[in-house]
Design a binder for this molecule. Structure first.
Ligand SMILES: *Cc1c(COP(=O)(O)O)cnc(C)c1O
Length: 348
């Protein structure tokens, strides 16, 4: 086999991932702290995220789909996995074969699981005000769940990243559900919900974003470490003269003689056009501003002050999630989950 060196890599800091989980676990007080690893671990690689967090003591993992669950088999010993999107008719074979719990989201799904689940435990999602997935409160307390073996009763906060009155309303609704519906555990908080305080933790928290370096609320700033570090190789270094333009649409004109480093990175890799105007990279301690538009597979950086930069050098792309989200107007979630398959993912 030919060994092809990737010109694009994500350096992934396992120590930072684990430190973030430990901080979130401490903030969760007496509650267990799980991990949302859907969308391939928010783009980092679900299997590796699970391995690192399981080794640190995390026991409860959540994916979106049965295909995501199947890709994680066999599970590490002692680990529990739940599928947030529940069981459609087409999922029942996978749901009955895999050692994974469905999160039942509707009366129909409850009936389906009762008929075929063989009395196995399940999780149940109740909607307390998001109108996305889950049984309505009236449905959940109306008897359809009687006799079901519920491992975890869940609800999901719609506005936990904001100081919204909706948070307290959802908390009150979830407390009432806890008193009405027997389950082994109750779980409400995502990353942002953990920062809302101990009241929101119940028995199990389910952070995603903050594990991977996102800061969902100001309370987490300074505690959450960056985990994902994109790096791209320089394909070509070229000199441009004052007045010459760079890239599509001639969107950048060199105000002086400049040295341009063209990197192997573009919007097809999830490095989106929104980075134009604010993006940058670091080489050897020098800050290189992005110039012009981002192309599909290429991006140009002004290496004016960097001197000896050359073909084949690696650029560290600026990708602090809260900073980059603020600069581009994109959500931290989009910035993470969009990073594409051409990145070689390297854990260190
Ligand atoms: C994605 C998800 C989470 C994690 O949310 P973050 O905001 O990334 O922490 C938790 N619970 C449910 C139901 C989810 O869908």
């Amino acid at each position: 086999m030919i060994d092809i060196a990737s010109p694009l890599r994500l350096r992934l800091d396992a120590g930072a991932l684990v430190a973030n989980w430990r901080w979130l676990a401490a903030q969760s007080g007496g509650a267990a702290c799980g991990a949302a690893i859907k969308a391939n671990g928010y783009g980092l690689g679900a299997r590796d995220v699970m391995r690192h967090l399981a080794a640190a003591g995390c026991r409860d993992f959540f994916v979106a789909t049965w295909a995501e669950a199947a890709a994680l088999m066999p599970l590490p010993v002692g680990v529990s996995l739940s599928v947030l999107h529940g069981v459609g008719e087409a999922d029942m074979v996978a749901a009955c074969m895999l050692p994974v719990r469905p999160v039942l989201n509707s009366v129909e799904q409850v009936a389906r699981w009762r008929a075929a689940g063989d009395g196995r435990p399940c999780d149940v999602m109740v909607d307390t005000g998001m109108s996305r997935l889950g049984l309505r409160i009236e449905e959940a307390v109306g008897g359809v769940l009687d006799g079901l073996v519920i491992e975890t009763l869940l609800s999901h906060l719609a506005s936990a990243d904001e100081d919204s009155g909706q948070n307290a309303r959802q908390l009150a609704a979830f407390r009432a559900l806890r008193d009405a519906i027997p389950a082994r555990r109750y779980s409400l908080a995502n990353s942002a919900g953990i920062s809302l305080g101990a009241d929101y933790a119940f028995d199990l928290t389910r952070p995603g974003l903050a594990l991977y370096g996102g800061t969902p609320r100001i309370e987490a700033a300074g505690h959450i470490r960056q985990v994902v570090f994109p790096e791209a190789r320089v394909l070509q270094v070229r000199d441009v003269r004052a007045g010459e333009t760079v890239g599509y649409g001639a969107a950048w004109t060199a105000p002086r003689e400049a040295c341009i480093a063209v990197a192997n990175l573009g919007y097809a890799d999830g490095y989106l056009r929104c980075h134009a105007g604010s993006g940058g990279a670091t080489w050897n301690g020098h800050a290189l501003p992005l110039v012009g538009r981002v192309s599909m597979d290429l991006t140009a950086f002004d290496a004016g002050a960097a001197g000896a930069i050359g073909e084949g050098d690696w650029l560290a792309i600026d990708y602090d999630l809260p900073v980059t989200a603020a600069a581009t107007g994109r959500s931290q979630y989009e910035l993470l989950t969009g990073l594409g398959r051409r990145f070689e993912r390297i854990w260190g």
